[in-house]
Design a protein around this ligand. Structure first.
Ligand code: SF4
Length: 267
């Protein structure tokens, strides 16, 4: 078949207008034209001593730095704490009685520009009250292969359930091991908290919780947990917070991976 493409025309060579002089361009490797007449340089001409020392002048910076204290951080043998507002690993917070702050609204997932968060909400029931109000986050995942630690998720969260810690050592042995589940992300239980699920403090609403008016678990909540989970470690006289605060499976594997890498790095 004949070639249907039109031949490309070369642009016509620019010829200088009649009577106009065109300055010749310096060719590669050629020194540009000298300064125009009447030009005076503001740089003072160097003296003979300066001319002599110029080739070693650059070493002045090196030599002066040799006597300053070193600022190199010896990571991983010495771990320098991050700044207080550093964006590290996420945490799902709890109220002072142990109920979860997350209500499963998915706003964090919608705000995430990297599509790193996946949330599924579910209804609280009298037998399974995990957060104040109607809903709780039943599935919560953050994919740390995608997360860019921008913090837009924590800005979007209406209950301050999601915040970021200063923890920056995140490494996993597999791709699946970089997806943190809810049990990996939940904040540790503190003194006065009871492990969820349990009823809300009597006579309160989710607004009271949000306003910080709940400061600890109550005897009625303790009685409910004693009835439904007599072996709960967070009960008074139970196994204690250390037994309750077991890291989630992904967090545990990641902690072991980081510890092994640190050991290797400090050899
Ligand atoms: S962490 Fe906050 S924004 Fe995300 S689902 Fe839970 S309550 Fe909503």
């Amino acid at each position: 078949m004949a070639d249907q493409r039109k031949p490309v025309r070369k642009p016509a060579a620019q010829t200088p207008a009649k009577g106009k002089a065109v300055a010749p361009r310096p060719r590669t490797g050629e020194v540009a034209a000298p300064e125009p007449e009447g030009y005076t340089s503001l740089i003072e001409p160097r003296g003979a001593v300066s001319d002599f020392l110029a080739p070693v002048g650059g070493f002045g910076v090196t030599l002066s730095n040799m006597f300053r204290p070193t600022v190199t951080e010896q990571y991983p043998s010495e771990k320098v704490p991050a700044k207080p507002r550093y964006h590290g690993r996420h945490q799902l917070n709890r109220y002072a009685d142990g109920l979860e702050k997350c209500i499963g609204c998915e706003l964090c997932a919608w705000a995430c520009p990297a599509d790193a968060i996946y949330v599924e909400g579910a209804d609280n029931t009298p037998d399974n009250q995990r957060s104040p109000g109607e809903r709780y986050g039943s599935v919560y995942q953050i994919n740390y292969l995608r997360c860019i630690f921008c913090g837009l998720c924590i800005e979007a969260c209406p209950t301050r359930a999601l915040t970021m810690t200063n923890e920056y050592e995140l490494a996993g042995p597999t791709r699946a091991g970089m997806i943190w589940e809810k049990e990996d992300l939940l904040a540790p239980l503190r003194s006065g908290m009871l492990q969820a699920p349990h009823p809300m403090v009597e006579g309160t609403t989710d607004t009271d919780y949000y306003r910080g008016e709940v400061t600890s678990s109550t005897p009625a909540q303790v009685a409910w947990v004693q009835e439904h989970r007599p072996e709960d470690p967070t009960l008074p006289g139970g196994a204690g917070l250390d037994a309750a605060n077991v890291p989630g499976p992904t967090a545990a594997v990641m902690a072991a991976t980081v510890a092994a890498a640190t050991k290797q790095g400090t050899r």
